[in-house]
Design a protein around this ligand. Structure first.
Ligand SMILES: Cc1ncc(COP(=O)(O)O)c(C=O)c1O
Length: 397
């Protein structure tokens, strides 16, 4: 056995021992409220397909029609150019977000990586919420900028760090936050952040990955719901979650977007999105914009489920969100609960470190606008029963 084999084997064994080993499992119908795994029907609480659009016939038809223009886009857009539909989509995104311009990226991870590493230099300061997504963390790391991590959703701590950076004489400051925190479902205090940005002469970038499609009059995101979009410099979002497709965007003023087009390595050095994806996103964008009813159904279903658990004695976060975390604590017991839920027909995965901080392993339930209400009621009863039998009711919260 080589040194590599030995080390990797030992690492994997450690992960297994600590309840942190991950594996891939085949499922079918992942785009729908009930999926099938190993022949068993499971109610799907593990997708980010909040509006149920991943299975929408209008999007699938649009993808099929666009695929006739080619299976792939053949090169980086900066080399080969882009077709008309791609340009049209970027104009539609800018119009929807109320910005001068917008730029597509392959996915949200690459958008955050590319944008942050292009904007920030080692002389700059970046202020990042403690619970920001891994793609933001990685983009910051890649940039080499001086990082100031503020306590989760704590504008007072952020202000303290902004003052500290001023004392340290940093050149430029950028505040960056998720608008909806993916593993907790809570919202960033964008009004306070926008005010701090103004007072301290910083820039503000938001990640609407989980806010897009779900919040705002036309699903623009939390930024629009709270009417702070005019004070945000860059709005980033993905089409892989509530939009049900794939791909991502950054929207902002013309100069910023032009700069990113010229400097974002994850855009420049990668192939453009395939025509089918572009067509699918355009169809999804129009469904999202006219999707108030879907948003209403999503929030009604999520609230009913939360209410049932709260009445049974679970400590449930008060915010209204399509993401519900049941924080258990240790990884092994969270895994056990997830497996017990699966036995009872519920697909709700254990989210463990490093995705969440140590000691906060949780079951993350995410809701869909087209979940069947009877399925949801039955699942809530099952969660309550299992939570009680495992002695979790007082502990979770
Ligand atoms: C907040 C946040 N930003 C970015 C991403 C990455 O988006 P994508 O899945 O499109 O790469 C995710 C999803 O995992 C996310 O939760």
């Amino acid at each position: 056995m080589s040194d590599w084999d030995e080390c990797l084997g030992a690492e994997l064994h450690q992960l297994h021992r600590r309840g942190l080993l991950r594996s891939l499992r085949p499922v079918s119908d992942a785009a729908y409220p009930a999926l099938t795994r190993e022949g068993k029907r499971l109610i799907n609480f593990s997708s980010n397909n909040y509006l149920g659009l991943a299975g929408h016939p209008r999007i699938i038809e649009a993808e099929e029609a666009s695929a006739k223009r080619g299976a792939g886009s053949a090169a980086s857009r900066l080399i080969i150019g882009h077709d008309e539909e791609t340009g049209r989509l970027e104009r539609e995104i800018a119009e929807w977000k109320g910005t001068e311009s917008a730029l597509l990226f392959s996915n949200g991870y690459m958008a955050n990586l590319g944008v942050l590493s292009a904007l920030l230099t080692p002389g700059d300061a970046v202020f990042s919420d403690q619970l920001n997504h891994a793609s933001i963390i990685d983009g910051i790391r890649l940039s080499g900028a001086k990082k100031y991590i503020y306590r989760h959703n704590d504008p007072d701590h952020l202000e303290m760090l902004l003052k500290q950076a001023d004392r340290e004489g940093v050149k430029r400051k950028l505040i960056v936050t998720d608008t909806v925190f993916s593993m907790d479902g809570d919202l960033a205090p964008l009004k306070e952040l926008a005010e701090l940005k103004r007072r301290y002469g910083a820039a503000l970038m938001v990640d609407e990955a989980h806010g897009g499609g779900v919040y705002g009059p036309e699903g623009e995101g939390v930024t629009h719901m709270l009417e702070v979009h005019d004070r945000v410099d860059l709005q980033m979002g993905t089409f892989s979650k509530a939009f049900g497709v794939y791909g991502a965007y950054v929207a902002g003023n013309r100069k910023w977007i032009r700069y990113l087009l010229n400097t974002s390595r994850s855009l420049i050095y990668t192939t453009g999105l395939p025509p089918a994806v572009i067509g699918g996103i355009r169809a999804a964008l129009s469904l999202v914009r006219e999707g108030s009813q879907l948003r209403q159904q999503l929030f009604q279903k999520s609230s009913r489920f939360r209410e049932k658990l709260r009445e049974a004695g679970f400590s449930i976060p008060s915010h209204s969100s399509p993401i519900l975390p049941l924080v258990i604590g240790g990884a092994p017991e969270t895994l056990r609960l997830s497996e017990a839920l699966a036995e009872q027909g519920i697909h709700a995965l254990a989210i463990r470190p490093p995705t969440v901080p140590p000691g906060t392993a949780r079951i993350r339930f995410s809701f869909m606008a087209n979940h069947d209400p009877a399925d949801l009621d039955r699942c809530a009863d099952t969660v309550i029963r299992l939570g009680e039998s495992m002695g979790l009711v007082e502990q979770v919260g």
